[in-house]
Unconditional design. Structure first.
Length: 135
């Protein structure tokens, strides 16, 4: 089971910093361990784009589990990506013609032997417009 949000925020302990990120929550609803190898996004009839953890952001480094990750039954893994970099990537891909502003993204999780996908309701244009104030 998967759930996507583009509205995740973490505040520093002192309250002087905020970190915005996109989050894909993956829950193992089966009865066996699942090995999550990687994750990414794609649009219909186009290439897949692997999302790689940003090791320069200390907050995301703390939040993100290293992949591959063994996900036990009934547990959830949160896959996070810096919102600023996410939006920058979407803008670059639309400017290059790889994505269109009216495309809807599908996020995928690659596990050993199977790929799981979640198509989100927002278009790329909506994702950018809804989140530009947070970057």
């Amino acid at each position: 089971k998967m759930k996507f949000t583009d509205k995740s925020v973490v505040f520093s302990e002192r309250g002087d910093s905020r970190y915005f990120f996109v989050n894909l929550s993956v829950t193992n609803i089966g009865n066996r361990n699942v090995i999550v190898r990687n994750w990414g996004m794609k649009v219909p009839k186009k290439s897949n784009y692997l999302l790689v953890q940003d090791m320069t952001n200390p907050m995301l480094k703390l939040l993100q589990k290293s992949l591959p990750y063994t996900l036990e039954p009934e547990y959830t893994l949160d896959l996070v990506f810096d919102l600023k970099l996410f939006l920058k990537n979407l803008k670059e891909q639309t400017e290059q013609g790889t994505f269109a502003m009216n495309d809807k993204l599908t996020f995928y999780v690659d596990t050993t032997g199977k790929e799981y996908a979640l198509k989100i309701k927002k278009t790329i244009k909506q994702l950018i417009e809804d989140n530009e104030k947070n970057v």
